[in-house]
Design a protein around this ligand. Structure first.
Ligand SMILES: [Zn+2]
Length: 138
């Protein structure tokens, strides 16, 4: 199996943008603490980018294990403040990583799922908004 099978070019104008397993990527440099992160090079468009680009871990200051510890309670439905207290990080940190993970999950969903049913909650919220306007009118 190709070592870069999970990765793809992140440069939007590249002909191989988003194509996993295209065999166009190499490691051109290691960086970060203890040189653990790889800087990938695309042979097609000659762009360089972090192996974390396009993930919630891109430019993360927390260690990967800590980010996972922050996101696990959030995935189980714990609130931002409660998660922050339990894990030992600021609630803003929890909110930021939750937002990043949510955007990433949405992008993955859009890529993998062909059809999504309409969100019924949107209709309920619209009704609630209308109800609020009706109250103001009275
Ligand atoms: Zn490329």
């Amino acid at each position: 199996m190709d070592a870069f099978a999970r990765f793809c070019c992140q440069h939007e104008t590249c002909a191989d943008y988003g194509k996993r397993g295209a065999r166009n990527l190499t490691v051109c440099m290691r960086y970060g603490k203890d040189k653990r992160l790889r800087l990938l090079y695309c042979r097609t468009c000659h762009a360089r980018f972090s192996e974390r680009k396009g993930t919630p871990l891109f430019q993360a200051r927390l260690p990967e294990a800590k980010v996972e510890a922050v996101l696990a309670p959030v995935a189980e439905g714990c609130g931002v403040r409660k998660t922050g207290r339990v894990v030992g990080v600021n609630r803003e940190t929890v909110a930021r990583y939750s937002g990043l993970a949510g955007e990433h999950a949405r992008a993955l969903h859009e890529e993998l799922v062909a059809f999504s049913p309409a969100d019924a909650r949107g209709a309920v919220r619209r009704k609630m908004g209308l109800r609020g306007q009706e109250r103001k009118a009275l």
